[in-house]
Design a protein around this ligand. Structure first.
Ligand code: FES
Length: 71
């Protein structure tokens, strides 16, 4: 899905930039070799970064399923 229309950046490219160390919009644009134009994508980039970095840290991990003891 395209997130930044000005630079044709996809959500996949944003997650890849996060893997390369981007923690903010500026970092994403730098790692993708582009720069902000209209800036409308900023909130969406921040959401994707937060979700991705949160998942990597384990913050969004699902709790382990409960296991019932057998009789
Ligand atoms: S949509 Fe990203 S800078 Fe315009």
């Amino acid at each position: 899905m395209l997130v930044c229309l000005c630079n044709a950046l996809s959500d996949r490219a944003i997650r890849s930039a996060a893997e390369d160390g981007a923690t903010c919009c500026k970092g994403v644009w730098e790692r993708c070799g582009c720069r902000p134009d209209c800036g409308r994508c900023g909130a969406a980039i921040k959401e994707i970064l937060a979700a991705h970095l949160g998942c990597r840290s384990g913050a969004c991990a699902q709790p382990a399923p409960q296991v019932r003891p057998t009789a």
